[in-house]
Each structure stands twice: as structure tokens, then as C-alpha cells.
Design a protein around this ligand. Structure first.
Ligand code: NAP
Length: 316
């Protein structure tokens, strides 16, 4: 049996895409140990056991991480060196939430979609960079909804200051569902801009060996609907046999295959600052795509970065 010499962390790996990606890496890459990071101790423990059962290998370590709590993210990073795992070669910022019927706040009092999908991952990634091995890879999960020119069922993203995104209020005439949908699409724009800005900063600081890329897994029927209104959830499930035929639909298994490759395979070695999407191409794999105009705006990315640092500093 090969002893793992590398570790990859997958956030939100206890279900959906993250779980499938952990399984895929375990099956294809015996040199990798996999950290199942998630908010519920019980769910990550159960996932690690079930992954070991499904793959027949025991290279999974569940570690608690609640991205809705900056303290929990700090604790995760602080305990990293003590875990005694092989060097860190990969971080997949996969966890995500999407609300539809209510507004929720993180433990720090910030809007929860922004906090989990973006701000928690911002802090996590920045805190772990110092532990990353040479040629480590960081992948963030974005979505076509980040693009204000794309036709998607969600309201278009609206980029504002980090402070305004963390403490938003519905615009006049905006329903809770629209507000929550916009929070999601905007969080996916923020994490994409973070990936591009991180790539620039790593290059400038002499860590250009670390690759940072973003991925859109396409539309998949997963636990992402768990916070939706029951009627919307029911409708999605009922319509899925039709929706899954659409060109933007995928399955957690198909998308996980690409995500795992982006994290560990030779094919993606040395590629950085790119966005890959399953949209329109999931039967063939992912394609590299251009993202929205604003996502490449360096000044706004820098402002978002600095605002995020202030939000984190304010909750120390
Ligand atoms: N499904 C789609 O159509 C689609 C499309 C484009 C992009 N994406 C993106 O793909 C990624 C994976 O989503 P999925 O579809 O696989 O959904 P999923 O099955 O709901 O998985 C999301 C994971 O995130 C975890 N999570 C939620 N809140 C967390 C928190 N506060 N701290 C730590 N972990 C937390 C969940 O854990 P719990 O089990 O504890 O809730 C779950 O394991 C997300 O970033 C999503 O935005 C999905």
C-alpha cells in the first residue's frame, strides 16, 4: 500500500459535490490524504466512515470547520500543524449555502451567504497559505450566476463594498427570495474575484508556484436546495428529470471528476488564474471560459480584499 505524501482539504465534503470529489481523489490518487472539513462533527465523521466503506481505503480525516464562524476558521488553521498530516498540496473551497425563503446571519452577524460562500473561505485560504507545499493548488467553487450578462434563474449579482455585502438590506420592492438569490450570485462573484486577486498577490509575493483556479460545476441536484422553501424544493425535485437534460446541467459525479482532476492531475499542473465550467460541456468535461467583465476588475478586487480584511479584523 502506498503511503500518502500529500494532503488535500475539501470544505463541505460531507455531501454533494465535495463528497463525490473526496471519493474520486481517494480512488484515483493513492498519494493523497483527504481532509473532510465541515460544520457538523457528526456529519463529517459519518461521511469519512462512508467514504472509507465505499472506496476501501482509509485516508480520510474529518475536521470540524464552520465557515459561518470566523473563530471556527481561525481554530481550524491554528490546529493545522498539530494534525500531523502529510504536507498540504490542495485546498478546495467547495462548501456553500443558498437561501430562498429567509435571511440568515453568520455567527459574526454578517449575511450568511456572503459569510459562508466567500468570507470564511477568504480567511481560511489566507490562513493556510503559509502551510502550503510547493506547487499546491487552490480551487474555489464559483457559478455562472456570478455573470451579470448570463441568463440564469437567479437575480444578477450586484457588487458593493465588502461592508455593504456583509450587512445588506433588501432593495425597495425586492422579495426575500430575490434578495437571497442575489446574495448567492454575488457571493459567487466575490469568490471568483478573490481567486483572481489571490493569484496576482501570490505571484507578487514569490509564491507563484501555488495555482489558484475557479470552477463552475454546472447545475446539479444536491443538498444546495436544503434551505429553500419546501414548495420550491419539491418543484425542483419534480422537474429535475427534465432539467437534467439542459446544457447547463450536470451530476455531482461528473463534475467531481473534473474538480478532482483540477486538484490533483498532471493535466492541470502549472495552470493558474483560470475559470473552468461544466456549462454546455459536461459530457465532454470542463471548458476554460472567460468570466464577467467586472470579475477581472483589479481595482474592485483590491477594494473587496481590503474590505474583507476589515470585516475579519472587526470580529477578532
Ligand atoms: N448544485 C448546483 O447546482 C451548483 C451550481 C453551481 C455551483 N455550485 C457550488 O458547488 C458547491 C458545492 O455545492 P453542492 O451542490 O454540492 O451542495 P451541497 O450538497 O449542499 O454541499 C454543500 C456543502 O457545504 C457545507 N456547508 C454549508 N454551510 C457550511 C458552513 N457554515 N461551514 C462548513 N460547511 C458548510 C454543507 O454542509 P452541511 O451538510 O453541514 O450543510 C455541505 O457539505 C457550492 O459552493 C455551490 O455553491 C453548486
Amino acid at each position: 500500500m502506498i503511503k500518502p505524501t500529500k494532503t488535500v482539504i475539501i470544505t463541505g465534503a460531507n455531501s454533494g459535490l465535495g463528497y463525490e470529489c473526496a471519493k474520486r481523489i481517494a480512488r484515483t490518487s493513492p498519494d493523497y490524504h483527504i481532509v473532510i472539513a465541515g460544520r457538523s462533527a457528526e456529519r463529517i465523521e459519518r461521511a469519512a466512515q462512508s467514504l472509507a466503506g465505499e472506496t476501501g481505503v482509509n485516508r480520510f480525516t474529518p475536521v470540524q470547520l464552520n465557515l459561518a464562524s470566523l473563530d471556527s476558521v481561525r481554530k481550524f488553521a491554528e490546529q493545522w500543524p498539530q494534525l500531523g498530516l502529510p504536507p498540504l498540496h490542495g485546498l478546495i473551497c467547495n462548501a456553500g449555502v443558498q437561501y430562498s425563503g429567509h435571511i440568515e446571519q453568520s455567527e459574526d452577524g454578517y449575511e450568511a451567504t456572503f459569510a459562508v460562500n466567500y468570507l470564511g473561505h477568504f480567511l481560511l485560504t489566507n490562513s493556510l497559505v503559509e502551510y502550503m507545499a510547493r506547487n499546491a493548488r487552490i480551487i474555489v467553487l464559483s457559478s455562472i450566476t456570478h455573470d451579470d450578462q448570463a441568463k440564469t434563474p437567479l437575480p444578477k449579482p450586484v457588487l458593493k463594498s465588502a461592508e455593504a455585502l456583509a450587512n445588506p438590506f433588501p432593495q425597495a420592492g425586492e422579495s426575500i427570495a430575490e434578495f437571497a438569490g442575489r446574495a448567492y450570485s454575488t457571493s459567487k462573484l466575490c469568490i471568483l474575484m478573490f481567486a483572481y486577486e489571490l493569484e496576482r498577490r501570490l505571484s507578487a509575493s514569490g509564491r507563484e508556484d501555488i495555482a489558484v483556479n475557479a470552477f463552475d460545476p454546472g447545475g446539479m441536484l444536491t443538498g444546495m436546495t436544503r434551505e429553500w422553501k419546501p414548495a420550491a424544493r419539491w418543484m425542483m425535485k419534480a422537474l429535475w428529470p427534465l432539467l437534467r437534460l439542459a446544457p447547463n446541467a450536470s451530476t455531482p459525479r461528473n463534475s467531481a471528476k473534473v474538480l478532482a482532476e483540477m486538484a490533483v492531475s498532471e493535466r492541470y499542473r502549472g495552470i493558474s488564474g483560470k475559470f473552468y465550467s461544466m456549462i454546455g460541456s459536461y459530457r465532454q468535461g470542463a471548458r476554460e471560459k472567460q468570466t464577467s467583465a467586472v470579475s477581472y476588475d483589479k481595482r474592485q478586487a483590491q477594494e473587496l480584499w481590503e474590505g474583507s480584511e476589515r470585516l475579519i479584523e472587526a470580529r477578532k
